[in-house]
Write a new protein. Sequence first.
Length: 574
Amino acid sequence: MTTSNSDLEAPKTRNGPSNFVREMILRDNETGRFGARVHTRFPPEPNGYLHIGHAKSICLNFGLAAEFGGKCNLRFDDTNPCKEETEYVESIIDSVRWLGFDWEDRLFYASDYFDQLYAWAVQLIRAGKAYVCDLSPQEIKEYRGTLTEPGRESPWRNRTVEENLDLFERMRTGEFPDGSRTLRAKVDMASPNLNMRDPVMYRILHAEHHRTGGKWCIYPMYDFTHGQSDSIEGIRHSICTLEFEDHRPLYDWYLDQLGIYHPQQIEFDRLNLTYTLLSKRKLLTLVQDGHVKGWDDPRMPTLSGIRRRGYTPEAIRNFCSAIGVSKTNGTIELSLLEHHVREDLNKRAPRVMAVLRPLRVVIENYPEDLMEEMEAVNNPEDASAGTRRVPFSRVLYIEQEDFREDPPKQYYRLSPGREVRLRYGYFIRCTGVVKDEAGRVIEVRCTYDPATRGGNAPDGRKVKSTIHWVSAAHAVAAEVRLYDSLFTKANPNEVEEGQEFTANLNPTSLEVLTGCQVEPGLRGAPPFSHYQFERLGYFCVDPDSTPERPVFNRTVGLRDTWAKIEKSQKEQVG
């Protein structure tokens, strides 16, 4: 379900991290610039799926509009038909809605403006500010110069207005092959800003566009499209990531030369996460080369991937609010994102018991024909969640790691002669084991104390360990997918000479367990529902699930490194 901007909680910028973008908007509102109104936009290119880095921009643009009672558009900057697909458009729309935002009736496409952009290009030609150039892409690059050397003017820079108009029209009608000619802005080949050295405005591409079909064989460049699209839509603040800071003079130049409404471009730091790649080109490589199972693979940082893994939109929004925005690029620890996921799921995820690597336990003195129902708490963080009834019987499954025939020191779980508590159940004591021909323990024999129902001994005796379990006669067989970081290095781009980033892929990023046993209440659990498997972590039902054989993805473990860091810092300050 989506919400309107007015329904969303305002970003916590007053007490949270510094937000210089918000301060700029406040100053503009105080001076009456833009009529004291806020109108932003989120402008993705439909050449891939959105990832967690885009979430920061989405939350910033939609969040500021919500705080100031303004508007935020969703606009697709679809200027490259060779890389854009309807699939990407649909996935982007779905992801923004999932994240909790609504653009109401303001869904736009740059391709909606192709006719107007063409007319503006003709206007610049007539004003002597644009020309048709016959240099090849490689030659344009060579003529451009370097950071220390000025560029050289194209031999075709001084064509007459009439010749440029004629050639540009013939480019539009498809007379010339791809790459043979471009339309370039006539700015300054000696500018210290390379983006101002006669940038290309249009290139020839005989390619079908996902919306305009074969109407066009010339397509505007992003820099020529972006500012004018903002202008058409009446955007007040065009908020971009820092890589566009050097493009701002060109953004301003086009708007000024055309004499049209001029929004303010503001740049902020992009999101970088440890152990994570946020390059759509490299993510596409992972998909195309089969390193992952698709854009929505739970190991991918795409919004569809982390949704499938079990991340919640609330956790993502809280994370984006916490990290704030600045004018300096940096890298955020992945553990901080996981902290916000845990914090959210801790409040909402029902607790259940699941055994991932089952070991059979037979309680020898428990009646064979008896089945009891134990009362279990659904969520200790939410009293309104109530309790549930969990079946208990003579034969149980426990985790293999919860038993050791020859326990090491400081091991307090089940072992020969030792007594432990079964969660919500009884005290049991190990009396023996059954082994297979290879000498491996395949069954543990125990006795139970009927007086300890509910997990307490009337005589006051204590045990040092509580373990979880499921009833073998009632458990549901399940598949569990254990996900880890996709990369082994904090910076996945850090490779040896001659290597590709794929050299840092984690070979153990996915472990599939097929013999798991879960509580009977999880039979038929709907996709994307969340649970905390007690003592094991947070899990989400995968869309691959069937009513009789659920599939769970591990979202995140229980251990929260970031929470411990925060606690330590607070203690030091205190």
